[in-house]
Design a protein around this ligand. Structure first.
Ligand code: ADP
Length: 160
């Protein structure tokens, strides 16, 4: 069975992330989505809230998707799960530089775990969790970026 991990902040999950997860499911039998907890990154949603949101919007695929919180180095948690690959998404050239560094650093840490990249549908190539949080702060229309369940959670969170 081919197992991959899809790590990220998912703060919150967007249609861009969902697009990448669906593409990965065409290649791998099982996808483990890792909600990464970074000691230096402040997230809007708690890791537990992010897990609930991901499970809700991907509920039709939960027979092949598992969602977990990762608190260790991603390569270490990837190996622990018996996965061989880490899935990442590429939007534009600006992602490339960061992902290039990440892939090579990860290879130094563990050369048996490789990274695999998918490009999203062009209509999501500008989309990031940071952008949607900024739009939410100004009470803009989020319906083109996020599933309705996430729109509701984000609008509520911004008001807290
Ligand atoms: P991180 O903080 O690890 O970058 P993100 O949640 O921002 O986590 O993203 C996780 C992965 O999903 C990254 O590989 C990122 O490039 C990818 N991703 C995020 N948004 C999109 C999008 N709109 N299209 C394609 N890939 C995306």
């Amino acid at each position: 069975m081919k197992v991959a991990v899809y790590p990220g902040s998912f703060d919150p999950i967007t249609y861009g992330h969902i697009d990448i997860a669906k593409r990965a499911l065409k290649v791998f039998d099982k996808l483990i989505i890792f909600v990464s907890v970074h000691p230096t990154k402040h997230a809007l949603f708690s890791a537990e809230e992010r897990v609930v949101m991901i499970e809700e919007v991907l509920k039709d695929s939960l027979d092949r998707i598992e969602v977990r919180i990762s608190t260790d180095l991603t390569v270490i948690d990837t190996k622990k799960m018996g996965a061989t690959h880490m899935v990442r998404g590429l939007r534009a050239l600006t992602d490339f530089e960061y992902e290039f560094q990440l892939t090579h650093a990860n290879r130094v840490l563990d050369n048996e775990i490789d990274s695999i990249y998918f490009m999203t549908d062009n209509k999501f190539s500008y989309l990031s969790s940071t952008t949607v949080k900024e739009i939410a702060l100004f009470e803009g229309d989020l319906s083109k970026f996020l599933p309705p369940f996430i729109v509701e959670k984000l609008e509520k969170k911004i008001k807290e």
